[in-house]
Design a protein around this ligand. Structure first.
Ligand code: S3P
Length: 428
């Protein structure tokens, strides 16, 4: 059902948000491959991370969940069992890409698939390195899910990533757990390093040297207790709302501040945000802290390009909405990867911004967003994409009247509580 969104004057209060999606996937997968029990607290409440748990269950891993606490009984690197039916990754690119690395090293065949959106996302990027390691993989049309993976003991490789992708890097490192010797991945630019941190936490032999990451095969992984920090990519919707709505003052505690994820704070500050950061002690090697954001009257635009684009790729839908409300507008460059996310996010962002009366020029790998706009109340559509739903729900709070958002429920992919949390802090 479409959701009606009315404008408000500000957001205020104190928030604790659900756990980070990227980190939750990794902790769950490694807990499954470890020996002994792991306890994960503040596990992501999103449907994507539930898909990862469901797939692990179908591979014979026993787990229990009570709210955001997940107990996983690890079955050891060799302890997974053949699934009786195709594994369902739902909407989750992280689940299919990372789990495929693990499936490639198993002594059985598995099929992994997903929803309509996932079935259109490119998988050749993981098939190429996994085939080089010795796995047999077939895909629909040579590159789309479902993937049929015939696993086996793998060969270690040195792989230079052609695209900056933490999912692909992680896939190869996880496959490297099943290769005798050292598997090395070289990144063209830095991507989120949650897999590296998680591997170390579970006891793998992981080495980092400049842009190269190597893992030694067949480590003795041990279960452990880990708290997942809150998801900075989810927090960004609230930071942006505060930035759009001058009458705002918000505290968000326990947020993940891993430096490979937090470039968005730099970008928001450049756009005029007043964000205070109060660091906390580490949660398992993952930095976290409290953020305080206050409303600003005036937004700066500018250019987002190169490594910055890669570092804020998940936050671009929200940044694009801010760009429309900024004085000079925003140019987004080097963002071709947006075309192969849950939706073609260049197209879905541009279409929704145009609905709100913003002029947008689309390029193959970016867009120019005209600034100085009073966002117009509009009929908006997430097209089933969680980040589009949340970005435009926030944009609608600053519009000149009541908007209607089709597909708002897609927010549940990463943040099912989003609309309730938003309602709890909106003022006026
Ligand atoms: C993720 C990596 C990024 C990101 C995605 C989550 C991860 O994807 O966009 O939301 O958890 O590793 P790519 O690896 O395709 O860049």
């Amino acid at each position: 059902m479409p959701r009606t969104i009315r404008p408000v004057s500000g957001i205020a209060g104190t928030l604790s948000l659900p756990g980070d999606k990227s980190i939750s996937h990794r902790y769950a997968m490694l807990a499954a491959l470890a020996r002994g029990r792991s306890t994960l607290t503040n596990y992501s409440t999103g449907a994507d991370c539930a898909s990862t748990l469901a797939c692990l269950g179908s591979l014979g891993v026993r787990w229990e969940r009570e709210g955001n606490r997940v107990e996983i009984e690890g079955c050891g690197l060799q302890g997974l069992s053949a699934p009786r039916a195709p594994l369902d990754a739902g909407n989750s690119g992280s689940t299919i890409r990372m789990l495929s690395g693990i499936l490639a090293g198993q002594a059985f065949e598995s099929v992994i698939q997903g929803d309509e959106s996932l079935s259109k996302r490119p998988m050749r990027r993981i098939m190429t390195p996994l085939r080089r390691m010795g796995a047999e993989i077939e895909a629909d049309g040579g590159q789309f899910p479902p993937l049929v993976i015939r696993g086996r003991p793998l060969q270690p490789i040195r792989y230079e990533l052609p695209v900056a992708s933490a999912q692909v890097k992680s896939c190869v490192l996880l496959a490297g757990l099943y290769a005798r010797g050292m598997t090395e991945v070289v990144e063209p630019m830095e991507t989120r390093d949650h897999t590296e941190i998680a591997l170390l936490r579970f006891g793998a032999d992981l080495r980092v040297d400049g842009s190269s990451r190597s893992v030694v095969g067949y480590p003795a992984l041990a279960g452990c207790a880990l708290r997942v920090p809150s998801d900075l990519s989810s927090a960004v919707f609230f930071l942006a709302a505060a930035l759009l709505l001058p009458d705002s003052d918000l505290l968000i505690d326990g947020v993940g501040l891993n430096p490979t994820r937090s470039a968005v704070l730099r970008v928001l500050r450049r756009m005029g945000a007043h964000i205070e950061v109060h660091p906390e002690s580490d949660s398992g090697g993952e930095a976290s802290g409290t953020l305080r954001v206050r409303g600003t009257g005036r937004l700066e635009g500018g250019v987002i390009s190169g490594e910055t684009t890669a570092a804020v790729i998940d936050e671009i839908p929200m940044l694009a909405v801010l760009g429309a409300a900024s004085e000079r507008g925003l140019c987004i460059r080097d963002a071709g990867e947006l075309r192969v996310k849950e939706t073609d996010r260049i197209a879905t962002v541009a279409a929704n911004l145009r609905q709100m009366g913003v002029e947008v020029t689309e390029h193959e790998s970016g867009m120019d967003i005209q600034g100085g706009c009073k966002l117009r109340a509009a009929e908006l559509d997430s097209c089933g994409d969680h980040r589009i739903a949340m970005a435009f729900a926030v944009g609608a709070l600053a519009a000149d009247g009541e908007s209607v958002l089709e597909g708002a429920a897609a927010a549940a992919v990463s943040f099912p509580e989003f609309f309730d949390v938003l309602a709890s802090v909106t003022r006026g």
